[in-house]
Design a protein around this ligand. Sequence first.
Ligand code: HEC
Length: 136
Amino acid sequence: MTPSFNQTQALQTTQASPVHQLKAFKVSAAVVLTASLCLLSAPSTWAASAEKGKEAFMKNGCWQCHGTEGQGGAAGLKLAPSPKPLAYISAFIRNTNGPMPPYTEKILSESDVADIHAYLQSVPPAPDPKTLPALN
Ligand code: HEC
């Protein structure tokens, strides 16, 4: 008995019909469009906000040791103006095992930390003492 291999049938099943191909194209075009829209809108959600950073700085009690503007105090170091890089601050917050308690990502997300960094960056530099009438 010869194997009954039906070539026409095999071709029909492997070759997608033009309608089918068009549908597949439409679906992939929609996927690409959605993906690029997500990428386009992403920077606005990632951009650090000094305003939100100030909120997080207050809400999480950073101010109690570091001062409301990160100027430093009896309990915490000066953080601003001219804060250290975000990567340093983030690593410190997560890993500190000294007098400052560590903050996990559950309590303070990476975007909160980026916002806090933006807030510290927004603190203006101290004025030159020579420009303060009370000191001259
Ligand atoms: C209980 C007091 C306390 C609180 C609350 C606190 N800190 Fe600190 N922080 C410290 C102390 C003390 C140090 C210095 C610790 C050390 O050198 O180990 C420090 C160090 C740091 C440093 C490293 C500074 C440097 O120049 O090396 C950063 C950054 C920092 N804190 C950020 C924060 C942020 C952001 C928060 C809030 C999420 C916060 N801290 C909350 C007490 C505190």
